[in-house]
Ligand binder design. Structure first.
Ligand code: BES
Ligand code: MN
Ligand code: ZN
Length: 459
């Protein structure tokens, strides 16, 4: 989509552009009218100034409405257009214009997409740069959505590693992929245990962008390219969409890519552990004990709690990179959805300053997060009977607080890191939710949050 900043008023727009006009009708009402012979889309914004959240949805609804009416070119003036808002607008125009139609036959009239937006404002000064940056970010989010939306038969651990290489083509990002043998040599027994049930070989991809000489910000993304549950096979309604269980990995790949594209002066390393969780004849079993890279042994109670196993080894691997901070991103638990519903990811960390930082980036970017506790009390949940830790709770209280249990498991490995660490359970944000004006499928969370976090990171 072309977004062009123009000085002046939207009344100056040339013929052929549908004008978008804001009225004080109730928020969200939309209608097409003729005004002085010019087709105009009226959007109600009420009388009170839109909050940041409402502004994000407003930007998307402009594009969504235009698309629904097959309007290709629009002209508008956004209220109070600061640089920050211009960037947010551009991000969300791109996000709202996206649909995953890779496997669909193109209709004769083409896809319903907005081709051009004329954005009128009083001064062009820095707005153009803000729009350009916003578009880049929006496209990065959409690339993450495409990767996540692509079926499990097409995205396997090896094609996910290829996708990481492909994403940063031409950019100063060093990509290294470890194969099964190298991982075995290192001793990544937890990751390799999960991988056993699939004929697809696991991969572990390291993406390094050296925008500064400081200690790196390490981002770890869960890359389960399909989660069948393993021998603890998921039921029909739970297995659907599990090709998106690599959404954390997709977000990390595209956050690192964006950091490089935007030439941020930061040192960022993305880690992408990737496996397929399948119940093949060599699959790991409930009762198996895995030896993780950390040396800790893990008792497998449930083969469907696989994400934490691959992340455990990735978090231990992160230690050798001497990070300044580590964030992991994972579609880790259905319980995070039970706790928070569809509009926020769960944030778990022992570090209050980091929690605050991530939350602020969440609010500002639109990738909202909400914190859950990671108290010592919960550590008893995952004590192992025959190994150091168990991959799920079995004793009293085991039925409750599954998102915390997942976080507490990861903490057993993250506590060895000598830096702040936070876990973001993005299961609630894996797919787009009602009323957020995004097309069906992957939501692309939390690419925008991660990018902001990297951009604003200081020790
Ligand atoms: N990938 C799933 C979690 C998930 C569920 C993500 C729904 C997105 C939507 C994860 O690997 C899983 O299976 N978790 C189990 C944990 C349980 C076995 C302790 C779950 O949530 O049921
Ligand atoms: Mn699972
Ligand atoms: Zn999973």
């Amino acid at each position: 989509m072309k977004i062009v900043a123009k000085q002046g008023s939207c009344a100056d727009a040339p013929a052929g552009y549908v004008r978008v006009a804001f009225t004080d009708k109730p928020k969200g009402t939309k209608r097409f009218v003729e005004k002085n012979g010019i087709e105009t889309l009226e959007i109600g914004i009420g009388t009170e100034a839109a909050t940041h959240r409402q502004f994000i949805i407003l930007c998307r609804s402009i594009i969504a409405t235009a698309k629904a009416h097959k309007v290709k070119k629009i002209a508008l003036e956004l209220p109070d257009l600061t640089d920050e808002r211009a960037q947010i607008a551009a991000e969300n125009f791109e996000m709202a214009n996206y649909e995953f139609n890779h496997f669909k036959t193109k209709p004769k009239e083409g896809w319903a997409e907005v081709e051009e937006v004329l954005l009128y404002c009083s001064s062009l000064k820095s707005i153009e740069a803000a729009i350009k940056k916003g578009q880049e970010i929006g496209k990065g989010v959409n690339a993450c959505r495409t990767l996540a939306n692509t079926p499990g038969g097409d995205i396997t651990p090896s094609t996910l590693a290829k996708a990481a290489k492909e994403a940063v083509k031409g950019l100063p990002v060093k990509v290294t992929t470890l194969g099964e043998k190298e991982m075995a040599k290192l001793g990544m027994g937890a990751l390799l245990g999960v991988a056993k049930g699939s004929s697809e070989k696991p991969t572990f991809t390291i993406m390094e962008y050296n925008g500064s000489k400081d200690a790196p910000i390490v981002l770890v993304g869960k890359g389960v390219t399909f989660d069948s549950g393993g021998l603890n096979l998921k039921p029909s309604n739970g297995i659907y969409e599990m090709h998106m269980d690599m959404s954390g990995a997709a977000s990390v790949i595209h956050a690192v890519t964006l950091a490089a594209k935007l030439k941020l002066k930061k040192h960022v390393i993305g880690l992408v552990p990737a496996v397929e969780n399948m119940p093949g004849n060599n699959a790991y079993r409930p009762g198996d004990v895995l030896k993780s890279l950390s040396g800790k042994t893990i008792e497998v109670i449930n083969t469907d709690a696989e994400g934490r196993l691959i992340l455990a080894d990735a978090l231990t691997y992160a230690k050798r990179l001497k990070p300044a901070v580590v964030l992991d991103v994972a579609t880790l638990t259905g319980a995070a959805l039970s706790a928070l519903g569809l509009y926020a990811s769960a944030l778990l960390t022992r570090d209050d300053a980091l929690a605050n930082r991530v939350s602020v980036c969440g609010e500002a970017s639109g990738d909202y997060v909400w914190r859950l506790p990671l108290w010592e009390e919960y550590e008893d949940l995952i004590k192992g009977t025959f190994a150091d830790v168990a991959n799920i709770a079995s004793g009293a209280g085991g039925r409750y607080g599954g998102a915390i249990e997942g976080g507490v498991f990861l903490w057993q490995f993250a506590k060895e890191l000598e830096c702040p660490w936070a876990h973001i359970d993005i299961a609630p944000r894996m797919t787009a939710a009602p009323k957020e004006e995004l097309s069906k499928g992957a939501a692309g969370a939390p690419v925008r949050l991660l990018l902001r976090f990297v951009e604003q990171w200081t020790k």
